[in-house]
Design a binder for this molecule. Structure first.
Ligand SMILES: C[S@@+](CC[C@H](N)C(=O)[O-])C[C@H]1O[C@@H](n2cnc3c(N)ncnc32)[C@H](O)[C@@H]1O
Length: 335
C-alpha cells in the first residue's frame, strides 16, 4: 500500500496511535508540545487572536484543530474568553476536550474567527518518494516474510507534480515526504474561512532549508517523549511524523507569512513577560519567600523552553489572514 495509507491506518484507525482511548498529548504522554509545556503559550497567542477579533468584530470563533488534551484552549480562553470549538480526530482527545468546549470530528462548514493548529500538519499522512538516477520513485509498504518493508513503486502523477513544485534540488538517493494531505487540508480550511486568520505551528522549514536533511529524509517516530523505532516497526504503537515543508503551503494564499516561534512569541510580548518573571523571582529571593520564588522559577523555565532557539523556538508559525472586506485579497489590517 502507498505509505500515506499505511500512516493513516497506523495513526488513526481504532487500533492506531491516536485512534484508541489513550490520550497522547499530555505531560505524561508521548510528546511534549508547547501548550503542554506552559499556559504562557496560549496566553501569549491570545494577544494575536485578540488583534484579529478587533479587526473583524463579531461573530467570532476560535476553532482549534488537533486540540489534543485542551491545554492550549484552556489557557487561551482564560486570557480571552470568546466562543470556541475544538476539532479532533482522536476519540480520547475528544473526550478530554468535551469538558472545555464543544467538540467535533470535522471542520465546520464556515468559519469567522481564528483557526489554530499546533502540531497537526506533521501528523497528516504523507506519501514517500526517493530520487533515483532514473527519476522519482515512490516507497510503498510491502511484506517480506513477517516484516513490513519499503517496496519500490512508480511515482504517481500527483506525487511527481508536488515534488517538481516543492521538493527543490534533492540529490540522487534523497528521500522526501510528499505532503499532499497537508496541502489539501490547508486548501480546505482556507476555503471555509470567511474572515479571520489561520495560525499553523509546527516543526519544519522551507524546502531549501530542509535540503541538507534529504539524504535520509525527515520521517521518524516518537514514543514516550523519545525518538521511537523505524516507522514500519510496531504500527499503531508510535507517533509517525515528518518535518513540514512550509514552501508547499505558503503559495496557498496571498500575504502568507512564515516566522519562527521564538520571534512570533517575542513580537506578542513573551520576552517582556519573561523579564518581568525574572524580576519578580529576584524580589522573592530577596524577601525570602522560597515557595513563591520556586514557582516563579518554574514559570521562567517554561517561558525559556517556549523560546529556546534550538527547541520549540525553532518551530515555524505559518499565518494566513483574510481581514479585508474582500475576503480573497489577503490584505491585512494588522500589519
Ligand atoms: C501531535 S498531537 C498535537 C496535539 C496538540 N495540538 C498539542 O499541541 O499538544 C496531533 C493531534 O492531531 C490530531 N489530528 C490529526 N489529524 C487530524 C485532523 N484531520 N483533524 C483533527 N485532528 C487531527 C491527532 O488526533 C492528535 O491529537
Amino acid at each position: 500500500m502507498a505509505f500515506e495509507r499505511f500512516m493513516e491506518i497506523s495513526l488513526y484507525d481504532p487500533d492506531g496511535f491516536f485512534g484508541g482511548e489513550v490520550l497522547r498529548s499530555e505531560k505524561a504522554g508521548d510528546f511534549l508540545t508547547s501548550p503542554e509545556v506552559s499556559p504562557l503559550f496560549g496566553e501569549t497567542l491570545a494577544r494575536y487572536v485578540e488583534g484579529i477579533k478587533q479587526a473583524i468584530g463579531d461573530p467570532f470563533n476560535i476553532v482549534e484543530v488537533a486540540a489534543g488534551s485542551g491545554s492550549l484552549l484552556r489557557s487561551l480562553l482564560a486570557a480571552l474568553p470568546v466562543d470556541a470549538i475544538a476539532v479532533e480526530a482522536s476519540p480520547a482527545a475528544r473526550t478530554a476536550l468535551a469538558a472545555i468546549v464543544p467538540v467535533r470530528e470535522h471542520l465546520p462548514e464556515t468559519i469567522r474567527g481564528v483557526v489554530i493548529a499546533n502540531e497537526l500538519l506533521d501528523n497528516l499522512p504523507t506519501a514517500l518518494a526517493q530520487r533515483t538516477p532514473q527519476g522519482w520513485r515512490e516507497r510503498w509498504v510491502g511484506v517480506d516474510d513477517d516484516d513490513l518493508v519499503f517496496v519500490d513503486a512508480p511515482a504517481r502523477p500527483e506525487v511527481i507534480a508536488w515534488l517538481d513544485d516543492y521538493a527543490g534540488p534533492v540529490p540522487v538517493g534523497g528521500w522526501v515526504e510528499v505532503q499532499l494531505a497537508a496541502r489539501a487540508w490547508v486548501i480546505d480550511v482556507l476555503h471555509r474561512l470567511e474572515m479571520g486568520a489561520v495560525l499553523l505551528i509546527d516543526y519544519g522549514d522551507t524546502a531549501e532549508n530542509l535540503l541538507p536533511r534529504r539524504s535520509d529524509g525527515t520521517l521518524r517516530t516518537y514514543r514516550s517523549h523519545h525518538l521511537g523505532p523505524h516507522p514500519l516497526d510496531e504500527p499503531g504503537e508510535t507517533d509517525i511524523t515528518s518535518d513540514v515543508n512550509f514552501t508547499a503551503l505558503m503559495d496557498l494564499h496571498p500575504g502568507a507569512t512564515l516566522s519562527r516561534q521564538d520571534d512570533f512569541l517575542t513580537d506578542l510580548g513573551l520576552r517582556e513577560r519573561l523579564s518581568e518573571i525574572r524580576r519578580q523571582e529576584l524580589e522573592m529571593a530577596r524577601s525570602g519567600d522560597e515557595s513563591q520564588r520556586l514557582r516563579l522559577r518554574a514559570t521562567k523555565t517554561e517561558a525559556e523552553t517556549l523560546l529556546h532557539p534550538r527547541g520549540l523556538g525553532d518551530f515555524r508559525v505559518l499565518v494566513f489572514e483574510k481581514l479585508g472586506t474582500d475576503a480573497t485579497t489577503g490584505a491585512s489590517y494588522l500589519s
